[in-house]
Design a protein around this ligand. Structure first.
Ligand code: 3EB
Length: 321
């Protein structure tokens, strides 16, 4: 995976090896294309807008189904994307249920039955009180759409709130012909075991995913925040939350290295990170802390977005290899 300038979009989509391009830019300034390999996520970048580019091995086939489901595959991996208008389904719960039922039926049909990584972007993620909060409702819908599942096969994931006011659930995913190895974090309670206080339905995701041996994929890092055990730490201190987030990411990389010792111990030239920041006013301080913490060869993008607990001020996802 790599980041690229938005002006590169036409050249990237002309490349038959490109599997997927995600643009992070809300509103009319974003580059447009109806190529099924391109999805514009309505999140505002702080600083330069970037594209996230995933390349396949060999020639990529792609298409769009009648209901809008977009897909692209290279024989080993398949990307897919769905954009579900909440009003068409009766709310975020139902939109989540529909999205997951639909995508999980598409995977085996297309020959890529194993979900490795999924990203979920929804507007106003922490709106609503108590169990009515939209994230908690989304978690119920997601679990309903998944149905019965072995929690040991859940994908790595991100669930982040957009600020664009558009009530469309955006979901995209990476699936494979062969299963990967889901990873948990020794510093964190597995999300599917979160206690009731965080909602009636625990979140359905793994902390990370290692693709099968032989795959060119890097370690896939789920959205990671200042959660230790199941509790949010440092709710009033963004920079300490950032430190705790890196401690969590280090622990996850350690878990991955126990299975794949060739994986670098620290973030470096093979890492790519996305940093989601709740309060735009805190972005300069976060950028300074990132510059202190990360070696200069690590590319990252910073996005103004809402994390799914109100007391989480920053979250990081990405890849490492
Ligand atoms: C956490 O650790 C932070 O619901 O899919 C991170 C990654 C989080 C994925 C999801 C939520 C999700 O609980 C939140």
């Amino acid at each position: 995976m790599d980041y690229a300038d938005p002006a590169q979009l036409p050249a990237l989509l002309a490349d038959p090896q490109v599997l997927a391009v995600f643009g992070f830019q809300a509103g009319d300034g974003a580059p447009a294309s109806d190529d099924p390999r391109y999805l514009q996520v309505g999140l505002q970048p702080e600083g330069e807008a970037r594209l996230e580019v995933w390349r396949g091995a060999g020639t990529v086939r792609s298409g769009r189904e009648a209901d809008g489901l977009a897909w692209a595959s290279d024989g080993a991996l398949m990307f897919g994307a769905l954009q579900i208008a909440e009003s068409r389904h009766g709310g975020i719960l139902e939109a989540g249920a529909h999205a997951y039922a639909r995508l999980l039926s598409a995977l085996p049909q297309q020959g890529y039955p194993h979900l490795l990584r999924i990203w979920n972007y929804l507007d106003a993620i922490t709106e609503g009180e108590g169990d009515d909060e939209r994230y908690r409702q989304f978690c119920i819908g997601r679990a309903r759409g998944i149905g019965t599942i072995d929690v040991g096969t859940l994908p790595a994931a991100t669930a982040i709130g957009r600020l664009d006011g558009v009530r469309v659930l955006q979901v995209y995913w990476l699936a494979a012909r062969v299963p990967g190895t889901p990873l948990e974090n020794p510093r964190q309670v597995s999300a599917w075991r979160y206690p009731r206080q965080y909602g009636p339905q625990s979140p359905s995701f793994a902390r990370g995913m290692l693709a099968a041996p032989g795959s060119a994929l890097p370690l896939l890092l789920s959205g990671t925040a200042s959660v230790v055990g199941h509790a949010t730490l440092h709710g009033e201190d963004t920079l300490r939350q950032l430190e705790e987030t890196f401690a969590n990411l280090d622990a996850l990389v350690g878990t991955a290295r126990a299975r794949l010792p060739a994986l670098p111990a620290h973030f470096g030239a093979g890492s790519r990170l996305k940093v989601y920041v709740r309060d735009a006013a805190e972005i300069p301080a976060i950028r300074q802390a990132l510059a202190r913490h990360l070696p200069p060869e690590v590319p990252y993008i910073v996005l103004h977005a809402e994390v799914c607990r109100r007391d989480l001020r920053v979250e990081i996802d990405g890849v490492h290899g």
